[in-house]
Design a protein around this ligand. Structure first.
Ligand SMILES: Cc1cc2nc3c(=O)[nH]c(=O)nc-3n(C[C@H](O)[C@H](O)[C@H](O)COP(=O)(O)OP(=O)(O)OC[C@H]3O[C@@H](n4cnc5c(N)ncnc54)[C@H](O)[C@@H]3O)c2cc1C
Length: 397
């Protein structure tokens, strides 16, 4: 067991932190208030090689290990959840899934430009009547000659108006229930595709989230990912990677809560002393620190299993569940520590509280992860290696 970061990972953390401090921190309050998504941040992240950090160099990525992706997510969410979410859907849910399941042709056509950040990827699983219950989805794909004709609608899709490529899921055979779902790579430019942003979100207001629609969309048969009927399995394996990035990001959210709260503890005085001197305030700070350190251990353990090429659904689910709950609680306490000032946007902690809620809902709600963990312990659920796994790290040339 090794808990040390490599020199390369220490440098990576510094690079992302500097970027966040210079390019995100000074503007984020305004972007959040105006509900603006700033795509130029993604272009800058791509320039730094951060949109494909754990994708092998031969596919256009930076070739670093899976825990390096965690470091990027942690540091980005210290700035804002919106940009970590962008990396989660682009790299975690889309690019890593192409790396795991794609044919060589699909990797060349879609993964390479995504890993370089020249094209942006997103992930469309959720529908108006299918969230936790994936098999309830209603989108369909009917084979006609060399094409599939896609019809349906996805909702709550991150980067819906921004992404060039989407990994989407539709029934090719409804009678087979979840064994009848298939995965497709679709492009925004394909005829029959449209998107629309959702307004009035509680948080992640500097992010782009909304609906995508497929109306008699002709998708070439070469864009089927995996085999027909493998879509459910592919979606779940994608979530193993997306959840990992969400869990890592939650650590960054806790770091941001701690930074703001510690600063305020040293400034604000009540009853003749700094509030950091009051025991009940100390308790909130201590809980944040404990949450951060425990979450990190869970995240890096899941990352280590990915590095070894071992199935990690159980460990990733635990990390995601716990880290997001800790982050949500840390943000709530950060507002509490700031008293009434924490209740206004004069301080960043109200944004942290609003932002920390979505990660408790997306990529498996708190309740779904609770059930999964209980099922593992009770022996109702077990993980087997899949027929295709992520390549272990170090990657082969
Ligand atoms: C900001 C944001 C971004 C998102 N981005 C994406 C994206 O990029 N791509 C994508 O595909 N989706 C995305 N989602 C959607 C997200 O993944 C779903 O919202 C999530 O899976 C939950 O589904 P639901 O909202 O339909 O809730 P439901 O599944 O309807 O659940 C409602 C409530 O019932 C509970 N519940 C459901 N089933 C059970 C059960 N069996 N036992 C106990 N409790 C249960 C849930 O925990 C929840 O509390 C995003 C959501 C948000 C908020």
């Amino acid at each position: 067991m090794n808990f040390d970061f490599s020199d390369e990972q220490i440098m990576l953390r510094k690079t992302v932190r500097n970027f966040v401090d210079k390019e995100i921190m000074p503007h984020i309050a305004q972007w959040d208030e105006r509900g603006e998504f700033h795509a130029e941040v993604i272009t800058d992240l791509a320039r730094l090689g951060l949109m494909g950090v754990c994708i092998p160099e031969k596919y256009g990525g930076s070739g670093m290990d899976y825990n390096s992706l965690a470091i990027v997510c942690e540091e980005l969410e210290r700035g804002d959840t919106a940009f970590r979410t962008a990396v989660s859907v682009h790299t975690g849910l889309n690019s890593m899934t192409l790396l795991q399941w794609g044919t060589e042709e699909q990797k060349q056509n879609y993964l390479v430009p995504q890993a370089k950040g020249e094209k942006i990827g997103a992930f469309g699983l959720t529908e108006p009547n299918a969230g936790s219950d994936v098999a309830a989805l209603q989108s369909t794909a009917v084979r006609e000659g060399d094409y599939y004709i896609l019809n349906g609608q996805k909702t709550w899709i991150s980067l819906c108006d921004v992404a060039d490529h989407f990994l989407v899921f539709a029934y090719t055979d409804k009678s087979k229930k979840h064994h009848g779902i298939s995965a497709f790579i679709v492009e925004r430019t394909m005829e029959g595709f449209s998107s629309k942003a959702i307004k009035g979100k509680l948080g992640i207001r500097a992010g782009n989230t909304g609906e995508i629609f497929f109306e008699n969309m002709k998708v070439p048969k070469e864009n089927l990912l995996g085999e027909e009927g493998e879509g459910f399995k592919i979606a779940m394996s994608a979530l193993d990677n997306g959840r990992f990035t969400v869990a890592a990001g939650a650590c960054g959210q806790i770091m941001a809560c701690l930074e703001a709260s510690v600063t305020y503890c040293h400034e604000r005085e009540t009853f003749g002393k700094k509030i950091g001197g009051h025991q009940l305030v100390k308790q909130m700070i201590a809980n944040m620190e404990a949450g951060l350190q425990m979450s990190r251990l869970l995240v890096y353990r899941a990352g280590e299993l990915k590095n070894k090429g071992v199935r990690n659904t159980r460990e990733t689910s635990l990390a995601k569940w716990q880290a997001c709950d800790f982050a949500n609680k840390a943000a709530d306490d950060a507002v509490q520590i700031h008293g009434a000032y924490g209740y206004s946007n004069e301080y960043p902690v109200e944004r942290y509280l609003r932002n920390s809620k979505a990660p408790v809902i997306y990529e498996g709600t708190r309740e779904i992860h609770t059930i999964m963990q209980a099922d593992y312990v009770l022996g109702y659920r077990e993980d087997k290696q899949l027929n295709k796994m992520l390549p272990p790290w170090p990657f082969e040339e």
